[in-house]
Ligand binder design. Structure first.
Ligand code: SF4
Length: 301
């Protein structure tokens, strides 16, 4: 085949790949939102078995924390740190002292509300798979029968990339099974400001930092496809009924090999800097939630 024909053929392949992903993404995100809407159209359910299961799991996690195969001396990264400033990861790896936590009471309540809704959504998913007729999603179960999420799922995995060794440790919101049998990583995020925060104008896709997190999950748990569900904790007026603005959005993400390599490159780069005590450059566009601002200011550029 001539070179130009090769390029055209590869271009068509790529187009088909993108179109295929778009179709798949639309199918999964629509199914996810329908799944929640169908479940939240049911009257409130009390399911004693599920209540009991969740309480037993919680108690078990407190009493018998999962033993993990951490390798001593290896730099450890977490999925939630995937998008962070490399200097912040360097400080974290060196266990530098964090700034005194300056969180206002309303911010604490903000965080508390998000965590409470997280737990509620996980219970909804378990209830939905039992009480919905033909549920589109079920929660994957661990070998001991517990739900594949949070502490039940948490794990650590060692990597060697470009001759550099490090480990990734973390847990995720859940692994679901779609009705076609595929495994889907489920990430749930809340927004606490206004409904507009998840509206079509402000939110065109999942946040980049959340996609980075999913790439790390993909490396740690071997999941290829993800659905991010964003729920606004602010709702439209109670009397709006069927006219109410949507309070939930869903996005599909399938990390590709390049994205996985880029993240491994980043973790390897930070590991080398930690080993050689070579401070990475600051990335000032990532400072908002960084807990090492004072240390960073002392160290300067
Ligand atoms: S303060 Fe900003 S530049 Fe410094 S380590 Fe934190 S995120 Fe990076």
């Amino acid at each position: 085949m001539k070179k130009s024909k090769l390029f055209i053929a590869r271009g068509e392949e790529l187009n088909q790949e993108v179109t295929g992903q778009k179709g798949r993404g639309e199918e999964l995100t629509t199914a996810m939102l329908n799944h929640f809407d169908r479940f939240h159209s049911l009257s409130e359910i009390y399911d004693r078995d599920i209540e009991e299961t969740l309480l037993i799991e919680e108690l078990d996690n407190i009493k018998n924390p999962k033993q993990l195969n951490f390798e001593r001396g290896l730099v450890t990264f977490s999925p939630s740190s995937a998008s962070k400033c490399e200097r912040e990861l360097f400080y974290k790896a060196n266990r530098e002292e964090k700034d005194e936590q300056a969180m206002f009471p309303y911010q604490r309540r903000w965080v508390r509300n998000g965590s409470a809704v997280h737990a509620a959504v996980q219970k909804d998913l378990l209830l939905a798979e039992v009480h919905l007729k033909n549920p589109a999603f079920t929660v994957e179960k661990m070998p001991d029968g517990s739900a594949a999420w949070e502490h039940n799922l948490k794990d650590v995995k060692q990597f060697e990339h470009g001759g550099v060794r490090f480990q990734i440790f973390g847990m995720m919101d859940g692994i679901l099974r779609y009705k076609d049998g595929s495994r889907i990583g489920f990430e749930f995020k809340t927004k606490s400001t206004t409904l507009g925060a998840i509206g079509n104008y402000k939110m065109k896709d999942a946040q980049d930092s959340h996609k980075q997190q999913a790439i790390a999950y993909s490396l740690l748990f071997g999941i290829d496809e993800f659905i991010f569900v964003y729920e606004s904790l602010a709702k439209d007026g109670w009397t709006k009924g069927a006219e109410a603005k949507p309070d939930m959005r869903a996005f599909y993400f399938k990390p590709n090999e390049n994205q996985k390599i880029e993240l491994l490159d980043k973790f390897a780069r930070v590991t080398v800097k930690v080993q050689s005590e070579d401070l990475p450059s600051p990335e000032y566009d990532k400072c908002l939630f960084c807990p090492f601002k004072e240390k960073c200011e002392q160290d300067g550029e």
